[in-house]
Write a protein that binds this ligand. Structure first.
Ligand SMILES: [Zn+2]
Length: 218
């Protein structure tokens, strides 16, 4: 069967099954375990708009009757997961053509990604590329050096960490040329390690919202 689970949907399932794992381990009441499991099953299925019977049976968690089954199930499920389409270096250079001296990342074809993100220390920027409805879009975010001791929350994956891991960035926004005064300035917190962020992100809503805003896509 073809892959039918998007990477961020898979992350969401992992999160749900992590909850199921703790229910198995911490809840002594079998009735509550059954109810929680049914609730988790619904949460998993509700992520998808359409599913075939075969896909539904793959996502059926009835077979998970104890916590040691969960890891193996997730490994199996991973073969139905797909990430963003392959990007060529040429497409990346074109996407960020305004960045002089940009260093492109090593493109690992095997990794399943929600988005491609990398830091170019030379230009002090975090670059993000994403496939928005079939079109490659990107944003080039300035890394600012601040010195706060408070914890930050990543806008994309909700990870909480100090600014060494989750930092404030400000993307360079495109504005409509007819209104050159409309200079937009936005900023947000994001994981500096995009690889790890990709393993945690469970929804692309915020990412798409930001990319639309930055690229002036209506
Ligand atoms: Zn993150």
């Amino acid at each position: 069967m073809e892959a039918f689970i998007k990477k961020h949907e898979f992350n969401y399932i992992c999160k749900c099954l992590f909850d199921l794992n703790s229910t198995f381990r911490n809840c002594p009441d079998p009735m509550i375990v059954t109810t929680t499991k049914a609730h988790i099953q619904n949460k998993i299925l509700n992520q998808f708009n359409t599913l075939t019977e075969d896909q539904k049976s793959i996502l059926n968690i009835d077979k998970l009757i104890d916590p040691i089954k969960i890891d193996g199930y997730l490994k199996e499920l991973d073969s139905y997961v797909y990430g963003m389409p392959k990007i060529s270096s040429a497409a990346l250079s074109k996407l960020f053509r305004k960045e002089k001296k940009l260093k492109l990342p090593k493109l690992n074809e095997d990794s399943k990604l929600v988005y491609l993100g990398w830091i170019d220390p030379g230009i002090k920027k975090l670059l993000i590329a994403y496939n928005l409805n079939g079109k490659l879009v990107g944003m080039s975010c300035r890394l600012s050096e601040t010195n706060t001791s408070t914890a930050n929350v990543c806008t994309l994956c909700n990870h909480v960490a100090s600014e060494n891991d989750v930092a404030f960035v400000s993307p360079i926004c495109k504005t409509s040329s007819s209104n050159s005064d409309a200079y937009k300035s936005i900023g947000f917190h994001i994981c500096l390690d995009s690889k790890k962020c990709n393993e945690r992100i469970t929804s692309t809503e915020k990412l798409e919202e930001l990319l639309k805003e930055v690229n002036n896509i209506k």
